[in-house]
Design a protein around this ligand. Structure first.
Ligand code: NAD
Length: 440
């Protein structure tokens, strides 16, 4: 039997644009209806999605629900609760020279057809969270899941059309050729999550059509540990944040920055924290994930001799397992410090004190997150004021991105634009200025 010819990108976009032009996506009831359907999909097929995430990344079901499925459900609920309030026109004071009867306000207009390109590390969350923001803002959306997480991509391509309005939401699966073909089309906004190299390709393609972009990129997020911090708490939180999803988290603490004395004291407590989380042999823990593919496994294995192994170091290529690993005595120029690690390797780098730590951070690309563990108000304030990063986590890694009322995004090399909650509405809308002066 002949396979049906897949719809060409130009036809997909034209079809969605026609729906947008028809006005169907604009009423708030359509938007909330789509979000409710998405919620139903996630609650009905959560287990199927979790199985796909396990197949792609060895993600445990607990982790799949916590960091992907339930995460998106929470974001939907928050949006459903506040959408009307977020969309409300905002009155603006009008200057006296326009007369007392003149009024001004801003209104949120949907943009049109949005393209969302997702990565493989949280392949469900990072596709669905921007998509639901774009729908809530009244747009039609083309979503492109990552081909590197094929089970999740296939599951999303199977489920989304069953639940959502297929004239307004299209799933296009594929890798570089399919994405390149999509990028040739004109979109009204492109939302890309992934690495900076492809981010530049996306932005170049978008420039041809003067399409605005949101780039959610990565980088090396430092974790500064101050003298006198409670190291048992610090180690437990660092290990949880770092080794979640086997370290393949864009906001994972990339490396620890601390003074030599604290570095030494951290070694045994980090070892304890890792063993408490995953046992003495993480390869037997159901909670510990695997590396996405052989290419990344080989890249990460090559970083293990960048320092002295404090804990971990074990690998198994057949199962793409890399043990949660802490490296000490790491030279700032070692290979592990030259690229975003994006895996379960935590180097400890030492600096004499806070001044040098601030210089160390500012000498490098602006990170997606900066974490600091300190009891000192002055240190917190100095780090906040004297460095630049997408987000700042004081005392707890990763958690800022779970707060729907906080904007999530990078700065400089870690990206541009942000989303979550009302910030998604800002991203996927045009804020239109309206001035009215009655004729009589
Ligand atoms: P990836 O390889 O899955 O790529 C992301 C998307 O880009 C995929 O859909 C892929 O098909 C597409 N793509 C790849 N090459 C392309 C090309 N030449 N032309 C057009 N499209 C192309 O994901 P990745 O980049 O390996 O993801 C890891 C990076 O993403 C890390 O740097 C990480 O920090 C970052 N990240 C950032 C966030 C965030 O929210 N800021 C979240 C997750 C990951």
């Amino acid at each position: 039997m002949n396979q049906p010819t897949p719809e060409q990108p130009a036809d997909v976009v034209a079809r969605l644009r026609a729906t947008f032009r028809s006005g169907r996506t604009k009423p708030v009831e359509w938007r909330t209806g789509q979000l409710s359907r998405l919620r139903e999909m996630l609650t009905t097929y959560g287990a199927a999605l979790a199985a796909a995430l396990h197949a792609d990344l060895g993600k445990s079901s607990t982790e799949a629900f916590r960091t992907e499925i339930d995460f998106v459900v929470r974001e939907i609920d928050h949006t459903l609760e506040h959408l009307e309030e977020w969309l409300r026109p905002e009155p603006a004071p009008v200057p006296a020279h326009l007369g007392a009867d003149a009024t001004g306000w801003t209104r949120y207009d949907a943009l049109g057809v949005v393209l969302v390109i997702a990565p493989w590390n949280y392949p469900a969350q990072l596709l669905l969270a921007p998509m639901l923001g774009a729908l809530a803002a009244g747009n039609a959306v083309v979503v492109k899941p990552s081909e590197m997480a094929p089970a999740t991509s296939a599951e999303l391509a199977r489920l989304l059309p069953r639940y959502l309005d297929t004239d307004a939401v299209a799933v296009v699966e594929g890798g570089i050729p399919e994405t390149t073909a999509l990028l040739a089309e004109r979109f009204d906004h492109i939302f890309y999550t992934g690495n900076g190299t492809v981010g530049r390709i996306v932005m170049t393609a978008a420039a041809r059509h003067l399409t605005p972009v949101t780039l959610e990129l990565g980088g090396k997020s430092p974790a500064f540990v101050d003298r006198g911090a409670d190291l048992t708490v610090v180690a437990e939180r660092l290990a949880r944040g770092k080794f979640l999803n086997a370290g393949q988290t864009c906001v994972a603490p990339d490396y620890v920055l601390t003074d030599p004395e604290t570095a030494r004291a951290l070694e045994p407590v980090l070892t304890e924290a890792v063993e408490k989380l995953y046992g003495a042999d993480a390869s037997t823990s159901a909670e510990y994930g695997r590396i996405i593919n052989e290419r990344h496994f080989d890249r990460l294995s090559g970083l293990l001799d960048s320092g002295r192994i404090v804990v971990g170091g074990g690998t198994d290529r057949a199962t793409k397992y890399i043990a949660p690993t802490v490296l000490a005595d790491v030279d700032p120029d070692a290979p592990v410090m030259r690229e975003e690690i994006f895996g379960p390797v935590l180097p400890i780098v030492t600096v004499p004190g806070l001044d040098e730590a601030i210089d160390f951070i500012n000498d490098r690309d602006k990170p997606l997150a900066l974490y600091a563990f300190t009891e000192s108000d002055t240190t917190r304030e100095r780090l906040a004021a004297e460095t630049s990063s997408g987000g700042l986590g004081l005392g707890l890694p990763l958690a800022h991105l779970t707060v729907s009322d906080l904007p999530f995004g990078g700065v400089g090399e870690s990206g541009m634009g942000n989303y979550h909650g009302r910030y998604s509405i800002e991203t996927f809308s045009h804020r239109k200025a309206v001035l009215e002066k009655p004729l009589s």
